[in-house]
Design a protein around this ligand. Structure first.
Ligand code: GTP
Ligand code: MG
Length: 488
């Protein structure tokens, strides 16, 4: 098969960058051997972003290279140096690109220049030990790891964004009409299925400028896959109006203009969703001998259906002015109903914010399975070769109530606990710090992790302590936010 030059459907593997690791470091200076923690944070990984670029008309690039990877964030360093941000990988896509996930669910619809969407979010950078320090935990000997970036498959599908769609049998003259009405130069030939992908032309009628697209020819049974099938009709789904292009000069046995029109209407109906679109009928090739007579016979029949009829010739340009103004009127009506949004930057994030419980516990054959956004994120951030980091993890899990919930559910010391998704879970032996039932008795007073201080006050003080040591004022808000999230 020839290499396709127009690709309107691709499956793309997008991988965002990993966040950089935070670093555990201690400030050293002459005469000041214990200068406090100064390990910087890792930078976030780059995201993969789709952005509509008016100069891009096909998804061909993604057909050739179907895996796209954004750069990682930099690791933190000593002396409060934070790792650099991984740059976002921006992938230009044509206007009208529809994004779905592997299960066919709609993720987004990119319409209008500049519309953009994050399809794989970069991983967060890990906090360094400076940011993890608190009044109680003055010199943490650990830092958090950066998180992996999102890694997913998406499907891109192009739906041409045109105001008017031309439909009709092969060789009816759809491409010829586009060529006659606009400056587009699509391929025109006297054999069926010349057009294999939609052509787009820009038409100006008086004050109105609009776009016209043709669709590869339809034949009887297109909905069952005959000819090129009716799949391409998705390109006219967004059109304000449809124009039937009817061949007045067909020599094929069994075909006539009115019959052709009925066949195409049936195929449109089978495709579905296009009933509400106003229609015009262009009887084309009026220049052929007896063309006009044929047009007059057909006209009465078609007008009965309530559709305006135009007798035209793409060859001699007869009737094209009237047709183009009639199309303009329908486009204007549609635009008046739904004014086109100004081309602003839309940022769609595919993930919705999670609701519901922060974690769930389920007993399985392998052990107790803990799932939840936070516990799973914390696992990814933990350097399991560092005992202090593991201690910090268990503090966080306790604070969220995971341990208590496990005990409440009947887990006992020595049970297997799995945190995370089945393919990639971290496995622990359960070693509760509280006796069964003891979770109702209150907190362990002597343990700093269970101080009675309100979290908000503690967080504020932690930030103040941290900021006292640091000059980078502009990062204050960012660190405050991050600490808030990390310490929740
Ligand atoms: N005489 C005459 N011939 C025309 C006219 N319009 C188109 N044709 C001819 O009809 C043939 C088919 O035209 P196309 O524009 O390729 O038809 P199409 O509808 O795009 O066909 P497909 O792409 O195959 O679906 C070509 O040989 C054209 O030159 C017309 O107004 N008059
Ligand atoms: Mg064509």
């Amino acid at each position: 098969m020839a290499v396709p030059t127009f690709v309107d459907r691709v499956r793309l593997h997008v991988v965002a960058g990993r966040g950089g690791n935070g670093v555990a470091s201690v400030h050293r200076e002459k005469f000041k051997p214990l200068g406090g923690p100064d390990g910087g944070n890792g930078g976030p990984g780059g995201s993969v972003v789709l952005r509509v670029d008016p100069d891009v008309t096909t998804l061909l690039d993604y057909h050739h290279q179907s895996r796209r990877v954004a750069p990682h964030g930099g690791h933190g360093a000593g002396a409060h140096r934070n790792g650099g941000h991984g740059e976002d990988l921006v992938l230009p896509v044509p206007d009208g690109t529809v994004v779905t996930d592997d299960r066919g669910r709609l993720v987004g619809d990119l319409v209008g220049p500049g519309a953009e969407m994050v399809v794989a979010e970069g991983g967060r950078g890990g906090l360094g030990n400076a940011a993890l320090a608190s009044a109680k935990r003055k010199a943490p000997g650990f830092a958090l790891l950066g998180e992996p970036g999102e890694d997913r498959f998406i499907h891109l599908e192009l739906k041409v964004v045109a105001d008017v769609g031309l439909v009709g049998f092969p060789s009816a003259g759809k491409s010829s009409l586009i060529a006659a009405l606009s400056r587009a130069r699509p391929k025109i030939a006297d054999y069926p299925f010349t057009t294999l992908v939609p052509n787009l032309g820009v038409v100006t009628a008086g004050e109105t400028t609009y776009t016209v697209a043709d669709v590869p020819g339809l034949i009887e049974g297109a909905s069952e896959g005959r000819g090129l099938g009716h799949d391409f009709l998705r390109h006219v789904e967004r059109c304000a109006a449809l124009v039937h292009v009817v061949d007045l000069a067909t020599m094929e046995p069994g075909r006539d203009p009115v019959g052709d029109l009925e066949v195409i209407e049936r195929e449109l109906e089978r495709y579905g969703g296009l009933d509400d679109r106003p229609r015009l009928v262009a009887l084309n090739k009026a220049d052929v001998p007896d063309g006009r007579d044929m047009a007059d016979i057909v006209r009465a029949d078609v007008e009965q259906r309530g559709w305006p009829v135009f007798t035209v010739s793409a060859a001699s340009h007869e009737g094209l002015r009237e047709l183009s103004f009639a199309m303009a009127r329908l486009v204007l009506e549609r635009r008046a109903q739904a004014p086109a949004a100004p081309p602003e930057r839309i940022v769609i994030r595919p993930r919705t914010t999670e609701t519901g419980p922060e974690f769930t516990i389920k007993q399985t054959g392998e052990g107790w399975r803990v799932r939840g956004t936070k516990p799973e994120r914390w696992i990814r951030q933990t350097d399991f070769s560092n005992d202090e980091a593991v201690g910090f993890l268990s503090d966080r899990l306790n604070r969220l109530g995971v341990e208590a919930a496990l005990v409440g559910a009947g887990a006992v010391e020595g049970d297997t606990i799995l945190i995370g998704d089945p393919d990639n879970a971290v496995v622990f032996d359960f070693k509760p710090g509280i006796e069964a039932g003891a979770q109702y008795l209150g907190r362990r007073g002597e343990d700093e992790r269970f101080t009675e201080e309100r979290p908000a006050a503690r967080r504020r003080r932690d930030i103040d302590a941290l900021m006292g040591e640091r000059a980078e004022g502009e990062e204050r808000a960012d660190v405050a936010r991050r600490l808030g999230e990390e310490q929740e």
